[in-house]
Design a protein around this ligand. Structure first.
Ligand SMILES: [Fe+2]
Ligand SMILES: [Fe+2]
Length: 196
């Protein structure tokens, strides 16, 4: 596997870990005798908004998808579908934000709506990443040249954009913050407190 694909898969693993944790915590929030720590939900949703939605997907569009379409026109239908999913994801994350605000201001109401938004987003995103890994990546491995891979790897490693490297480090910090905030056993944080 090329380094570029390894980077993309690693990014998928990080996104997936946050989605799993978010899903588990949304389930725990249904226990209305325990007040959730909303800060961890905010940090997770901020991460998902900033990292996959504003960085990972645009880089896929701009580099991997664009180059594959040029080399393998038969991939167009698959690529168009994935591009549409990127646009849909950007809408779904707004729904998720709204559902979180609704839960936070109306707690202990709004939890089931928030949980449904989390489930919808997580399922959607997992399906999307699976499609990329199972359908897009094998095609790309077959059709892209070594020079293409270097160009894509440079983009994903942040070499085209002087501030991208800095942002990658910010995301690592944010990821660690999520791990530290999430209550055990999901993360390293304190258990949520009973309200009575
Ligand atoms: Fe994607
Ligand atoms: Fe992806």
């Amino acid at each position: 596997m090329t380094n570029a694909l390894k980077i993309i898969r690693d990014e998928h693993r990080s996104i997936s870990a946050v989605l799993h944790a978010l899903k588990q915590l949304a389930k725990e929030a249904e226990d209305s005798s325990v007040r959730p720590q909303f800060e961890v939900f905010r940090a997770m949703i901020y991460y998902i908004d900033q990292f996959p939605e504003r960085m990972h997907h645009p880089k896929e569009d701009q580099y991997l998808f664009a180059r594959l379409e040029a080399r393998a026109p038969q991939a167009k239908a698959l690529l168009d579908g994935l591009r549409t999913e990127h646009a849909t994801g950007a809408h779904l994350i707004r729904d998720l934000e709204q559902a979180l605000v609704g839960m936070e201001v109306g707690w202990a109401g709004g939890v089931s709506k928030f949980r449904a938004a989390v489930e919808a987003y997580a399922e959607f995103h997992w399906k999307h990443m699976r499609k990329e890994e199972e359908q897009l990546m094998p095609l790309a491995e077959r059709h892209l040249t070594e020079a293409d891979w270097r160009w894509i790897e440079d983009a994903f490693a942040g070499n085209h954009d002087p501030i991208a490297d800095l942002r990658e480090r910010d995301f690592e910090q944010l990821y660690h913050r999520i791990v530290n905030l999430a209550p055990a056993p999901i993360g390293l944080g304190e258990a949520w407190q009973k309200t009575s």
